[in-house]
Write a protein that binds this ligand. Sequence first.
Ligand code: ADP
Ligand code: MG
Length: 876
Amino acid sequence: MKPARTKTPRKPLVKKGSQTSLKDPVGVYCRVRPLSFPDQECCIEVINNTTVQLHTPEGYRLNRNGDYKETQYSFKQVFGTHTTQKELFDVVANPLVDDLIHGKNGLLFTYGVTGSGKTYTMTGSPGEGGLLPRCLDMIFNSIGSFQAKRYVFKSNDRNSMDIQCEVDALLERQKREAMPNPKTPSSKRQVDPEFADMINVQDFCKAEEVDEDSVYGVFVSYIEIYNNYIYDLLEEVPFDPIRPKPPQSKLLREDKNHNMYVAGCTEVEVKSTEEAFEVFWRGQKKRRIANTHLNRESSRSHSVFNIKLVQAPLDADGDNVLQEKEQITISQLSLVDLAGSERTNRTKAEGNRLREAGNINQSLMTLRTCMEVLRENQMCGTNKMVPYRDSKLTHLFKNYFDGEGKVRMIVCVNPKAEDYEESLQVMRFAEVTQEVEVARPVDKAICGLTPGRRYRNQVRGGPVGDEPLVTEVVLQSFPPLPSCEILDVNDEQTLPRLIEALEKRHHLRQMMIDEFNKQSITFKALLQEFDNTVLNKENYIQGKLNEKEKVISGQKLEIERLEKKNKTLEYKIEILEKTTTIYEEDKRNLQQELETQNQKLQRQFSDKRRLEARLQGMVTETTMKWEKECERRVAAKQLEMQNKLWVKDEKLKQLKAIVTEPKPEKPERPSRERDREKVTPRSVSPSPVPLSSNYIAQISNGQQLMSQPQLHRRSNSCSSISVASCVSEWEQKIPPYNTPLTVTSIARRRQQEPGQSKTCIVSDRRRGMYRTEGREVVPTFRNEIEIEEDPCCRGDVYKTRGGGQSVQFTEIETLKQESPTGRKRRSSTAAPAQPDGTESEWTDIETRCAVAVEMRAGSQLGPGYQHHAQPKRKKP
Ligand code: ADP
Ligand code: MG
């Protein structure tokens, strides 16, 4: 017999799609077995259906001086001591079998110390079938009626499956049965009573949505890993009880899909639960025998039972298996009963045993390391190498952790106190394993044929199977043959009756043959017709197909063209995007510059504003200063002119007196009282009432004002007029010395400065009384004198014209002292004691006046006449 090969999980043919990115964590369950004796100390307590708590046993507490920890561990689910095998199967293994039937891989292993119930969980005990028989039962319940004929699927040594038609499969079967020691198992064989009640699963369990349009084949293999060697437990080797040969270990290989498999491992096709379990049991027996003969400790080996499910779709008729190797889907469920996880020293092994145990432990250590590295890689995003190759066990499992599939682990614990420390280690390993994620398996590829083929085929009559042949049916329709037993030599009836019956049958047969021939001719014609129709249709379809192909090729060209165009446009877009970026950068820079310039402009503008405001202030200030200055000067000049006028007036009066009256007359000093009384007659003196513009006009016409006869005192005197006019004439003849300011010029100036005139006039009006150092000073001709009132030094300082210097007001004092003759009368007016020409001018005029008067009156007065050229100045 050609040995079949065991395969490790095969990656589905479909490419990894988006589904592969989905990952599920390793499902870790915990099963707590009951204590062997009720009075044993218990160190594990089931808190709830996901948590267990470890209590430090008394012995440990004493050793550690009472210092101990109570730790809780969480699992996907915890199964307590009363959990039945069925309950455990439903939760843990059922989904794995379901996946297997739907073409997905699965790995289920039990982990724990020796005696914790790993084998009990996996295999079960009499009457308490474990997960393995239950899995097998569910598989066959699900695919039972869809199983392929034996040898339709044939495993090869490349970890894949070959397929052959049913006839070839039948031939192979006959060939094997003809062999002297037939190895073809039979599903109808009597069940071994040794394990009969282990597989006698009462609960009917079946997978949902089994693909009815496929045929299925189940292959099992059973290996043992001991001391890091792989042994095939199903291999048929002749056993020599005298010189037993040690079993040959197997090697691990990688197939073209990078899946690991045990090269040359026996794969047995099984058709029922009983058959499968029998194969398993055979392996178990062999294991036990080897252990005994080779002095091995069974608890230190790992056993792996593989269930491989092969499925291939039925053809379009739903009659036979599609003979396409690519359409075969292989899925595998590995059930692993690991060696006890306890440390070596606990087993008290020595020598070779110790070394072996070390290796066993080494493989479990490697399993732990692999889990830790995987977890780290997945959680921290690192890419550390997972040391699968460090042990055969992990190397075999590599595909499950690196590829796709569901991985589940049942942690078995014995709650007895002696196992406490080992149980702690088991719990820690479980914690790590729970955090490892495995890619979710993808759904199997769809074959592309219409579903429901099998059902339609059955309705049509179905494949020729165990049903009776047509000839048998025809024969049954004939009347039964009469008895052909000749009991008597003289019996002459039996044979003729038989002949008659046979002739009838022959005739009938002949008729039927004719009928058949006729029908077959008709059928042939029909078939021909149908063939023609089909041919026509085929031709038509071919034509259509050609057309479509043309269209498709045209569209392909168009697509290519568009793709090219698309690429060009993408390139253009890229360039435009780059340009846009550059422009945007430029724009940003320019905007920034603009903002800076705007700010600068704003600053400059505000600076300008400030400067303007300052200049405005300066201009206003200067203008005011100059206005004041002008006013002051005008006032000074006016004052000066008033004084001069008064002097002239005085002189004129004196002259008049000299000319008109020989009798001396006391000159009148203008007083306030008199001014009030004689406002009008007082010639040019303005009235105390506010001056009207009329009046200013009059003043402006100084000449006219002066020449108005009614304004002159004693104008009624004709002689005085003549003298006055003479004096005027004379005055006009005198060349102006230092251009004295006349009333006319004052008036003219007033006219020129209309804005100021009012102020001057107002100040005239107010000029009734001035206070100087507490004394009352009365200007002599208040109507004529204009004094600028300085608000700062009112009444104390008066500004005089010329030089702009302030001088102490010189009290204007009328001449109180008069000479008896009146000639000695002096006018002591306010004269600025400064050498600005005013005084000298004045003196000069006085002198001239005096000279003129003396010249004129020289003859009348004689030399006794005394003239005071210098006006007397009274000191303050
Ligand atoms: P392991 O395989 O872990 O060394 P076993 O499965 O051989 O342990 O179990 C040791 C013993 O304990 C067996 O006799 C088994 O029947 C018993 N046992 C284990 N688990 C249970 C359980 N959950 N209920 C009842 N008996 C159990
Ligand atoms: Mg065991």
